[in-house]
Design a protein around this ligand. Structure first.
Ligand SMILES: [Zn+2]
Length: 426
């Protein structure tokens, strides 16, 4: 163990030792973040390693919807934050992550980037990965014409690139709003060399639940899966409240943070085996063979996960609690996926309204738009090799009425109280 820690410190300083660290997988798994990883914060959670991924080889990830996910070791976690940047919460999330030297991945909404470009730059300057999340956060990507979906994607990328400026910093990562996937959308993203990120579990922080419940769901779902991509929202006050305890307890329970970044010509991908991209290797369970055929998202693939509280599963007022509690064991016994939460469209919390949010002067953005290059398509428009496409994860299908069932973080941007952005609405 001491040798491992010594290696870790060395790894932070020397590339050669870093290679040794990669080769010594079990050693890495046992390593806590050291004080050397987070100066001034000796008890920080830290970021245990950086995982370099090639989006063209694994274009769809996240077991909530796809059969592949990031190749994480047991007790490794990738944190993701959607829908920002939006002050003050996004800035608070960044502060909390910085205090723990934790690196995450942020999925930026284009209109947010237009309104708060400095927030996007701050995410980049803090060393986090930045992906995009459309221009206007439409909750209809699963049914809109593909031309419009492409425009949403392209505009979101362009707006984020514009906010980042010449220094760049955008990763070819994308998350579909509400996880309302469509194959044509995923194919378009893949054709541009962009990786579609679902998640392995959410913490329902877009819903009207207490921060303590967000913490509870994050930890229970993580414990149930043992590792994975956690979906959070940096625009939510309850997430800001829950995050410190989540990070504290991740460390206390032996979890480690992994920072996912995209491969570049100067940054080769982390060597992995294909089976590492599956949450459960095929050899370990028969069920995985049927995984892509399961319709809808199941919060856990074992009945050991504590049953979500009724408010998490049943949005309809007045539905008898008994009915839901009886339905769950019956479904589990029959192997039927549990029902997904119904869409939650919370009214805008007082702190999130435009009343407290300054809208930068329109001329500022006009200048930026003219001077900043459009999305560097050439950098990420890598044609998907046929072989990689064939090996690409096959997506799970949402139910036909998925749009009415699973809407993570789904507050239409207009409802967040933002005034129309400085960019003319299409
Ligand atoms: Zn979202």
């Amino acid at each position: 163990m001491r040798m491992c820690k010594a290696l870790n410190i060395q790894a932070a300083r020397h590339a050669a030792a870093a290679l040794l660290l990669v080769l010594s997988g079990t050693c890495v798994a046992a390593l806590p973040a050291s004080a050397a990883d987070c100066p001034g914060h000796p008890w920080a959670l830290g970021t245990s390693r950086t995982l370099v991924v090639d989006p063209t080889e694994h274009p769809r990830i996240g077991t909530m919807q796809y059969e592949e996910t990031l190749p994480l070791e047991d007790h490794e976690v990738v944190l993701t934050f959607d829908d920002g940047p939006l002050p003050p919460h996004s800035a608070q999330v960044l502060d909390i992550l910085a205090a723990q030297c934790v690196k995450a991945t942020f999925f930026i909404i284009g209109r947010m980037a237009r309104s708060f470009p400095e927030g996007v730059r701050r995410v980049r300057d803090a060393g986090h990965s930045i992906g995009t999340h459309t221009q206007n956060h439409p909750l209809s990507m699963n049914r809109m014409p593909i031309e419009r979906a492409r425009q949403e994607i392209d505009d979101g990328i362009a707006a984020t690139e514009s906010a980042l400026g010449a220094a760049g910093g955008l990763s070819p990562f994308f998350r579909i709003p509400g996880l309302l996937r469509a194959e044509a959308v995923e194919d378009y993203l893949a054709s541009k060399g962009i990786q579609t990120w679902s998640a392995d579990f959410p913490a329902d922080d877009w819903r009207h639940i207490p921060a303590a419940r967000v913490y509870d769901l994050a930890m229970k779902r993580l414990e149930a899966k043992g590792k994975g991509i956690l979906l959070l929202h940096d625009i939510q006050g309850r997430t800001v409240q829950a995050l410190p305890k989540i990070l504290h307890d991740l460390k206390a329970r032996g979890f480690r943070i992994v920072h996912a970044v995209a491969a570049t010509p100067d940054r080769p991908k982390t060597p992995t085996e294909p089976q590492e991209w599956q949450l459960h290797p095929v050899s370990e369970t028969v069920a995985i063979a049927h995984w892509p055929k399961i319709r809808g998202f199941v919060f856990a693939d074992t009945p050991t996960l504590p049953a979500p509280a009724l408010p998490d599963l049943d949005w309809r007022a007045g539905r008898p609690a008994l009915a839901a509690s009886q339905e769950r064991p019956r479904r589990l016994a029959r192997g039927v996926p549990l029902p997904l939460p119904r869409p939650w469209q919370p009214p805008v919390p007082a702190g999130d309204t435009a009343i407290t949010l300054p809208i930068p002067d329109q001329s500022l953005f006009a200048i930026q738009e003219k001077t900043q290059p459009a999305i560097a398509q050439a950098a990420i428009a890598v044609a998907l090799p046929a072989a990689a496409k064939a090996a690409a994860a096959r997506p799970m299908s949402f139910n036909a009425n998925a749009s009415q069932r699973m809407i993570p973080g789904s507050v239409p941007i207009a409802e967040r109280g933002l005034k129309p952005g400085p960019v003319s609405a299409r």
